[in-house]
Design a protein around this ligand. Structure first.
Ligand code: GN1
Ligand code: MG
Length: 369
């Protein structure tokens, strides 16, 4: 991450309509792309917290369009929450002093502020089955609530984001060029990816209903209520755009129905968890049974393999290109990620029949009804 001093962070924070005076700030979260900070604002006897983020504009080439998406989506969700009188939450943007939803600093960086959501917790791996169920229900509910988002289609914040075929073609061309001469050292991983090329064509967005989806549904992108454990608020809305529900479902399975972290260096610790998968299917269908079509349901079992493959390809490509996209904390970090993803994928393949039976069990009443 670019180094931002505390005084600079404060200076950026002052560009927004915050309640109170910024007393302190700290680096927050473990995102791989944007830079995130917490701001603590003293307002008389109360302390207001805000989340300040620098949008990585190398990755998100149209930050202003992205913020327009963000604002439309959060206003729609907020209106539904209020109409339902529900205790769910959604992110709330804090405008800059000039009335826009972002601030552009003198270096050309884009920043935004949201109110910190109190009372929630996020998890990198689930502690129990209930958390997986709640997370799946929350992401499903997010899709269902956005099914009637009015107006023009959202802008594509990253074109072809889940185009696995394009990801594969890029991987192949990076391998062929091998500019950093790293391929030989990871030939086993390259071979693993190449023999599974067919996975790149199993889920093409154009073959499924086009919907507003989240596109980055890692388990830690949903806050669960600290005491009740219920799904409370979906976060990280940068990739919300038109897409296919299967990528959301699959990415939650990738991160939640897995025994270890995405970058676990000891691959023996990484395997697929069928029981958690069952809870995810159940929670997800609970929220989406009214919107899903049979073609979508029929691909729920394979979707996690496709997205796990896609992430493995992306991490491997990034390693071969010199670790230029994902933040890395140690040499070989991207390779740890690849090995963990490919180990998880192999484990998903072993459990595929079981996964199909689980989907069948929970979806049969919907398909026959
Ligand atoms: C990135 O930055 P973060 O952690 O929210 C990436 C996702 C990957 C994820 C893997 C815009 O998300 O697609 O699944 O890393 N986001 C982007 O941890 O590329
Ligand atoms: Mg993200």
């Amino acid at each position: 991450m670019a180094i931002h001093t505390k005084s600079f962070i404060s200076e950026v924070g002052h560009q927004f309509n915050l309640e109170g005076y910024i007393g302190s700030s700290e680096v927050h979260g473990n995102g791989n792309v944007n830079d995130t900070f917490l701001l603590f604002c003293e307002d008389g006897d109360s302390l207001n917290r805000y989340t300040l983020q620098r949008i990585n504009h190398d990755v998100f080439k149209n930050p202003e369009g992205l913020m327009e998406n963000f604002s439309r989506v959060t206003r729609h969700l907020q209106a539904k929450i209020e109409k339902d009188g529900s205790d769910k939450k959604c992110l709330n943007l804090v405008p800059a002093k000039d009335g826009r939803f972002f601030h552009k600093d003198s270096n050309g960086n884009y920043w935004r502020v949201t109110k910190f959501v109190d009372g929630g917790r996020s998890f990198d791996v689930p502690e129990d089955i209930h958390q997986a169920y709640e997370a799946a229900k929350a992401f499903g509910d997010f899709q269902a609530k956005l099914a009637d988002l009015p107006g023009d289609p959202l802008i594509e914040t990253i074109p072809d984001f889940h185009n696995t075929r394009k990801r594969f073609e890029h991987f192949r061309s990076v391998c062929n060029q091998d500019k950093l001469e790293r391929v030989a050292e990871v030939q086993d991983l390259v071979d693993f990816a190449v023999v599974r090329e067919h996975l790149a064509d199993l889920i093409k967005v154009e073959n499924f209903p086009s919907r507003v989806v989240h596109n980055d549904t890692k388990l830690n992108n949903v806050l669960l209520h600290k005491t009740t454990g219920e799904g409370m608020c979906v976060v990280d809305l940068d990739t919300v755009m038109t897409g296919c529900v299967l990528h959301d479902f699959g990415d939650l399975v990738r991160t939640a129905a897995c025994s270890a972290l995405e970058d676990e260096p000891e691959v023996d610790k990484v395997f697929f968890l069928p029981k958690i998968f069952g809870a995810i299917v159940e929670g997800y269908l609970k929220a989406t049974s009214n919107i899903l079509e049979s073609s979508e349901i029929e691909h729920l079992a394979v979707a996690p393999q496709v997205i796990t493959y896609e992430l493995g390809l992306r991490f491997l490509t990034d390693y071969l290109e010199g670790d230029v996209y994902f933040k890395v904390k140690r040499p070989g970090h991207n390779l740890d990620r690849v090995r963990a993803q490919f180990k998880l994928l192999a484990s998903m393949e072993e459990h595929f029949e079981q996964a199909k039976q689980i989907v069948d069990l929970y979806s049969r009443p919907l398909l026959s009804g």
